[in-house]
Design a protein around this ligand. Structure first.
Ligand code: SF4
Length: 240
């Protein structure tokens, strides 16, 4: 087993019992100036942004602007930078690849096949993410264990050999109720779509509200088979 995998599982044992603030300190001491957090302005990410803003560490925050986000997501982004007076770096798809893809397949080709959907996610998310993670040693993300069956198998800290980074999930064991409690008690800005049946929010054309009894990710790429529902961002060895 590679040393990074061993180190990740060793650190994970410590991190499981730490508060988020203690976890950020622990990781910052080991990887100063090499920690980056990707936000999509979900409830999870808003709680993490709040915690980062309360910490004394200069942790980078970035987002992937696919160009197809909901207006409500842009509004949450705006309210977040105003509330915390922080900078969120935005990464965009490379124009030539996107222009060629849309010209060849049309603006909504993701509905036609899984392959075209994955190509769209690759251009709009995966390539910008790879750019964002340059010089990063720890990638903070808002994944939670109860998001999906696939994500239950993750650990709070993992080694991602695809991106050559440690991935840290600060709210991994939190429930949605705990997130909402934290959002309410700290007055954290959040996406109002969460109050309208959207527990998981991605691009507007690929996300719908869920119906009572459906799983929280049922509204993402709802026309596809559930086994195919990852966009490529979190396809580490553990969750492929
Ligand atoms: Fe394209 Fe939909 Fe993927 Fe967004 S979620 S990048 S619109 S396929």
């Amino acid at each position: 087993m590679d040393s990074e995998f061993e180190l990740a599982s060793q650190y994970a044992k410590d991190l499981e019992s730490f508060t988020i603030q203690d976890s950020l300190r622990f990781l910052w001491e080991k990887f100063p100036h090499q920690i980056n957090f990707s936000t999509s302005f979900s409830l999870e990410d808003q709680v993490i942004t709040h915690e980062i803003s309360e910490s004394q560490f200069n942790i980078g925050i970035f987002t992937l602007d696919t160009g197809r986000l909901f207006p409500e997501t842009y509004s949450t982004w705006e309210r977040t930078i105003n509330r915390y007076a922080l900078t969120i770096k935005a990464y965009y798809p490379e124009a030539p690849s996107l222009e060629e893809f849309v010209e060849r397949n049309g603006p909504n080709s993701f509905y036609q096949s899984v392959d075209l959907r994955k190509q769209c996610c690759h251009i709009r998310k995966v390539i910008p993410l790879n750019k964002a993670l340059v010089n990063t040693k720890v990638w903070i993300s808002g994944l939670r264990s109860d998001h999906s069956e696939q994500r239950k198998d993750l650990k709070i800290l993992e080694w991602d050999s695809n991106h050559q980074v440690y991935k840290f999930y600060p709210v991994f064991f939190w429930t949605e109720n705990e997130l909402r409690k934290s959002i309410n008690s700290h007055g954290i800005p959040y996406n109002i779509l969460f109050d309208k049946g959207f527990p998981s929010i991605g691009c507007a054309p690929c996300t719908r509200a869920i119906k009572p009894g459906e799983s929280m990710r049922a509204g993402r790429w709802w026309w596809e088979n559930p086994d195919q529902k990852e966009c490529g961002l979190h396809e580490t060895q553990s969750i492929q």
